[in-house]
Write a new protein. Sequence first.
Length: 225
Amino acid sequence: MEKIRWLVAPADSVTNIDYANIRIITDTFYNRGITSRSKLRYSAGMSNGGNYSAALSAYYKYKAAISYCAPAGAVALTTTTPLQFCMARFDNNENVGPTGNANALSNSQLITGRGVCSKYLVKERSPLYPERFARRGDISLAKSAAVFYELKTKGYLTGKNYFIGFSDSLVTTYQADPTAFPELNGLTPLQKLFVVEQIDLSVSDHQMYSDYNKATLKFFNTQCL
């Protein structure tokens, strides 16, 4: 299935449907008295949405913006909106990866060099643990531990419980023989997706994350002050 992506360019609220829709929705809120034009606006996005967040905030002169797992591109040359980059150390996405992380750092430095506030944060990998998958409310602690130990028994974790490689290897092997993973196979489709997402987060792959939520909120509130 083809992904529907934000249209980052052209930055135009007439010919670009995404910029136009943001304007229309915002104007509707104003007209209904839900908010007012005096309220500051902010944006945050992930991946293609991160690039869009950077471009949108520059176009509409938002107070601040966050780009997760996206380097922002040419907007770094002109934006006057404070922009924070939240990248993943081992991002394996074909559109990001080590090059994208390096570009994000370069763009953050470029923005700062132009006298505009910018910050660059990188999420590191972290070990899995038996309770990790119980973050999803409908996966019990016992089931989470069972899935964890199944992964460990099958050699997917190091001695310190770091996941080896990326989740793709597990997904490929599981799909070839689901019965070989009775604990994982006993989950619902959405629960399985959650397990994969948690593995991606643990290896610091291409996923939006909560590790820097405090820093993100601070950036929205005070930028570089």
